[in-house]
Design a protein around this ligand. Sequence first.
Ligand code: FEO
Length: 161
Amino acid sequence: MLNEKVVALLNDQINKELYSAYLYLDMANYVGDLGLDGFAHWYELQAGEERDHALKIRKYLIENDEKVVLEAIAKPDKIFDGALSVLEAGYEHEQYVTSLIHDIYDVAIDTKDWRTAQFLDWFVKEQLEEEESARDLITKYKLFANDGAGLYELNKELGKR
Ligand code: FEO
C-alpha cells in the first residue's frame, strides 16, 4: 500500500500527462494550420508520448493495488503567435512538468516511499530529455528558420521524427 498523498499526486499526474497530450495536439493543430506539417507530425508524436506517460503511472498504481481516479481534462488554453511561440510554450510546459515530478519525488522521499521514488527515477530522466528536445527545437528554429528555405528544411527534418 502506498502513501495516500503520493497516490493522490500520482493520480493528479495522470491528469497532467493527459493534459500535456491534449496541449501537444493543440500545438499540432496550430502549426498544421500554418502549413508546417513536419512540425505538426512532431507534436502528434509528442502527444502520444504524453499519453504513454499517463498509462505508465496508471499501470504503477494498479500494480500497487491503488485506485486510479480519472478527472476531467482541462481545455488547452495557450495562445500562440507564430511557430516560435509554440516551441517556447512547449519548453515552458516541460519545465513545469519537471517541477511536478520533482514535487511528487519530494513527497515520496519524505514519506519513505522508496518504491515510488524508484519508479519516478524514470520520469526524472525523461524530463531531462523532454526539456532538452524542446530547447533544441527553439535553438534550431532561431538558427535555421530565418528564411523560407531554412523553415522548409527544418519542417522536413521534424517530419522524420
Ligand atoms: Fe510527460 Fe513531456 O512530460
